[in-house]
Design a protein around this ligand. Structure first.
Ligand SMILES: [Zn+2]
Length: 465
């Protein structure tokens, strides 16, 4: 079996993947900040990490997957400035910050379940790991990598000669980028490890520390918790491409700066953005699209998952309602085909060689840096291969679905009521008699009762609308 090859942001090239210890792939994904619903752009990143995880399992590699929940009120910008997101959410909804965190954590878990995203082996909350975060700052302090300002403890990035190794960015690019609010910082890329609570205001979430009452900087939790659960060095870290330059560069600085072990993470993998055909995905208003927005318009969440599979994770995907409708049609065609294969009784002479050929084509697409558009094409080629029996094709589709996660096994398993089956039979007789008026009216009747009949040559299939 060929080895998976993944694009590693660290080094910017495709590399064959093998777990560091040869057995277990230790894998960390940056999780949600739970002060609001995840929008579908956020969810695309989790569909990507789910495909990655499923592909490792498919390759018989055991996986230990950890995901954090950012429930600490950190600040709204990378520059350690701005309002506290959790406190802002609490004010908006008249709840405590803890209630806000619980509510949105729950809704995030419901969203990923609806999208068939496998849960991580370990969920970890930032607020339950304050001790580990303080310990990491102490280590960095001992290693001479920190300094104190009037508002907190900062990481001195000038002490590292490889701070920009993940972003590949040079000082010139940085100058050309957004204006950096320096405050008392020594270097533009320095960042807060621990922030002091303001003297005149008690924060809803604050903790004691060796440096005074305050709260952790927002990059700290990921390096502290991933090391706790996955060790000083591990295999894969995922996130959105917007995290490369600041969040992930800072995570590396903290982890390698505290343990002294390099590289902290072997493979960094980043998912591209979901973009809207009109403007950016926003946190509010018309451009704030969450999974429920899709459901309210009658779309199955798995249609969105399917849509994400039609683009490579390193390519931007443009979302529009038309594009979602197209994805729905594509997904429906697969469902109809599978249903057809389930109802096909005629035995074909199956060739094991043909089955292995289809499996190999599918796996080659997956193992080529998760090329899902190619994998979907391989699924279609296999479904249309009449040299294989319906049963064998269905079996292969279910095997492929271990990665696709489209609930292929469940297609058509809902039992269809006798009344509907009788109507469909009557309609079939009308069709055979070329009585199109009756056939059409029975089709409408069936539809009004919540079922759809699809004609395939001289047969038909039934499914729930
Ligand atoms: Zn993170």
């Amino acid at each position: 079996m060929n080895k998976p090859v993944f694009f590693n942001t660290l080094g910017r090239k495709k590399e064959p993947f093998e777990p560091i210890d040869g057995k277990l792939a230790r894998f960390y994904s940056c999780g949600p900040t739970v002060y609001n619903y995840a929008h579908i752009g956020n969810l695309r990143a989790y569909i990507f990490s789910d495909i990655l995880k499923r592909s490792l399992i498919y390759n018989n590699i055991r996986v230990k997957h950890v995901m954090n929940i950012t429930d600490v009120g950190h600040l709204t910008s990378d520059a350690d400035e701005g309002e506290d997101k959790m406190e802002k959410g609490a004010q908006r909804e008249g709840k405590t910050v803890w209630e806000i965190a619980d509510h949105y954590t729950q809704s995030f878990k419901e969203d990923i379940a609806k999208l068939n995203i496998l849960e991580p082996d370990i969920w970890c909350k930032a607020t339950e790991h304050i001790e580990e975060q303080i310990a990491q700052v102490k280590k960095l302090e001992e290693n001479g990598l920190t300094y104190k300002t009037s508002d907190g403890i900062y990481f001195d990035t000038s002490k590292l000669d490889d701070y920009r190794k993940l972003s590949g960015q040079n000082t010139e690019d940085l100058k050309a980028g957004a204006r950096v609010e320096m405050g008392e910082k020594k270097n533009p890329t320095d960042f807060a490890l621990w922030k002091f609570s303001p003297k005149d205001h008690k924060r809803a979430m604050e903790w004691d520390s060796p440096w005074g009452v305050g709260f952790p900087g927002w990059h700290l939790e990921c390096s502290a918790m991933s090391i706790k659960y996955l060790g000083d060095q591990f295999d894969i870290h995922t996130g959105g491409i917007d995290h490369i330059q600041v969040h992930h560069s800072n995570e590396i600085a903290q982890a390698e700066g505290s343990t002294g072990k390099k590289p902290w993470v072997k493979f960094w993998m980043h998912g591209e953005f979901l973009v809207l055909d009109k403007g950016k995905m926003a946190k509010s208003g018309e451009n704030f699209i969450i999974l429920k927005t899709l459901e309210d318009k009658g779309f199955d969440p798995l249609v969105y998952r399917y849509m994400c599979l039609t683009a490579h994770y390193r390519q931007q995907l443009t979302f529009s309602w038309d594009a979602l409708e197209t994805a729905k049609n594509g997904f429906e065609r697969i469902k109809t085909k599978i249903l057809d294969l389930k109802q096909q009784k005629a035995p074909n002479a199956d060739s094991p060689a043909t089955m292995s050929k289809h499996e190999a084509t599918f796996l080659a697409a997956i193992n080529d840096d998760l090329n899902m558009p190619k994998a979907l094409a391989a699924l279609w080629d296999m479904l249309k291969d009449d040299s294989l029996s319906g049963e064998k094709r269905r079996m292969l589709a279910e095997r492929f679905d271990e990665i696709l996660g489209l609930s292929i096994k469940e297609i058509g398993t809902d039992s269809i009521p006798d009344e509907i089956l009788t109507l469909a039979d009557q309609r079939q007789i009308a069709r055979e008699n070329k009585d199109w008026a009756t056939s059409d009216s029975i089709r409408d009747d069936i539809k009004s009762k919540g079922y759809i009949v699809d004609d395939i040559k001289d047969r038909y299939t039934l499914r729930k609308a």
